[in-house]
Design a protein around this ligand. Structure first.
Ligand SMILES: [Zn+2]
Length: 486
């Protein structure tokens, strides 16, 4: 018989307020085990011999999930905010500027730019990211010896910052329907579906063999990196290629993300090629499922919401990018009316503040409809206690994002990883809130400066509003920017 000697004590995080189970509660502790899983949330009076970490004047909330990111695009911030010609500027002129940067980044630059983007996410309270990764080759289009070199650099960056990452490896076959090849897309192209899937397979194997333990329930809780697939769009991936990818996804039970109907030109090209809109094409070909996340889904017909609802597909809105690029407004009211789950992404990183995306989902509709509280589904509820609209938007930033990218997190519950962030309830942006309006104050008004601690798998990655490696990451990013832009 063996006896356990000096078992590692459990840790009790004791903030002023915990937001869990749709309620803000005081005098509660979040108890975690040594492996970084949540054991229970209990009244402080029920604590026994746990090691206590007091967090006075803090509200503790589940870590947020950024479901759509192109980390390297962080290098573009502030560099595209002008009209490049006498004609109107648009998504397409922005895209040429983005390509100009994408073609010049070395693998190390991609690591450094990704660290910068992920650092800012961590400082915002984001604990997991879905990285829609499409840089695969060298700048001239020739493959690296390891075709997953750049994907691995991005995964390494997420690991060094401390975020969980779903690496959604992009399939990109062509410039568009009957369009000549664009040399600036040479880094993305894998024209053959079999080559693409072979590379996905290799990446999946190397990521899972890096896991300490192969037991599936252990991995679900503790994996920090995993692989999904991302056919870029119906423009860039023809139907036969797409069908092969979907078959693979179904066989291997992977998450699949795709840009859908971000721009009217993409929709009209799809109608020209297939006689159907992108959503109709995906629906009639049986390609939508609960594994599928349609990113943007802006320029859609009224039937789209029913198609997503019937199949369980998720929609990812990226309002801060969509407003920056002049994409349009996600019809979130239609989606929610049909029961479609919505999640959020910071996409081009014009700004990294997922709560800004959450509130813009609602605010864009207010401007469009000249109404308030458009997305509130409980108009009769008089009490703020249920947190109605704010809770709904916060779900988009947490639970729904986790479902979309396959993260094991998004909610504070026993057995889940201890991934959470805290805000200072005396921060000027939210000061004065009580437990019944605190979540609404955080969702609608908090500044990123209010975020103080960020913890992933029970380990702090941000303390007192600063990341452990903040100076080094910023310094290296400054060097990249100087090299890129002079
Ligand atoms: Zn995107």
């Amino acid at each position: 018989m063996t006896t356990e000697k000096n078992p590692t004590p459990k840790i009790a995080w004791i903030p002023e307020v915990i937001y869990a189970g749709n309620r803000c509660q005081s005098n509660r502790a979040l108890v975690c085990d040594a492996a970084g899983a949540i054991v229970k949330i209990v009244p402080v009076s029920e604590l026994r011999d746990e090691k206590r970490i007091n967090l006075p004047r803090r509200a503790l909330l589940p870590g947020m999930i950024n479901a759509h990111s192109h980390a390297f695009q962080r290098v573009l911030r502030g560099r595209t905010e002008y009209r490049a010609s006498a004609k109107r500027d648009s998504f397409w002129t922005w895209r040429e500027m983005m390509y100009a940067a994408a073609t010049r980044l070395s693998p190390e630059d991609i690591y450094d730019a990704s660290c910068m983007a992920f650092l800012e996410m961590a400082l915002n309270g984001i604990t997991a990211v879905g990285e829609f990764h499409y840089l695969h080759h060298g700048p001239d289009g020739s493959a690296y010896e390891d075709p997953n070199l750049l994907a691995r650099e991005v995964i390494r960056a997420a690991g060094d910052i401390g975020l969980r990452i779903g690496l959604l490896r992009v399939a990109y076959a062509r410039s568009g329907f009957q369009k000549p090849a664009n040399p600036r897309q040479a880094r993305f192209i894998e024209a053959d579906a079999e080559v693409y899937l072979k590379n996905v397979e290799a990446l999946t194997q190397s990521v899972s063999s890096a896991s300490v333990n192969q037991d599936s329930s252990f991995r679900r809780t503790f994996d920090t990196a995993w692989v999904g697939v991302a056919p870029h769009s119906v423009r860039a991936v023809p139907l036969n290629y797409l069908k092969q990818v979907i078959r693979y996804v179904n066989e291997h039970d992977l998450k699949i993300h795709m840009h859908v109907a971000e721009q009217p030109a993409e929709v009209s090209a799809c109608v020209e090629e297939y006689g159907r809109t992108p959503v109709a094409l995906l629906q009639t070909e049986g390609l939508l499922s609960e594994r599928f996340t349609a990113v943007h889904a802006i320029h859609v017909t009224p039937k789209a919401a029913a198609s997503f609802a019937q199949t369980g597909a998720v929609v990812c809105a990226c309002p801060t990018t969509e407003r920056n690029l002049g994409d349009g407004v996600v019809p979130a009211d239609e989606y929610l009316k049909h029961g479609v789950a919505l999640c959020l992404g910071t996409d081009s990183h014009a700004q990294i503040d997922l709560l800004e995306d959450a509130r813009e989902l609602e605010y864009h509709l207010r401007l469009q409809k000249l109404e308030r509280a458009v997305l509130d589904d409980q108009p009769q509820a008089t009490s703020l206690e249920s947190h109605g609209l704010a809770a709904r938007l916060f779900e988009c930033a947490t639970i729904n994002g986790a479902r979309s990218i396959g993260a094991p997190t998004g909610v504070l519950d026993a057995g889940k990883p201890a991934d959470f962030f805290t805000v200072d309830i005396d921060d000027p942006s939210i000061a004065g809130a009580a437990n019944d309006d605190l979540l609404a104050a955080i969702v609608f008004s908090s500044s990123r400066a209010a975020v103080r601690e960020v913890v992933v798998a029970g380990k702090p990655i941000v303390s007192e509003g600063r990341h452990l490696n903040q100076e080094g990451v910023v310094e290296r990013f400054n060097i990249v920017q100087k090299k890129l832009w002079g």
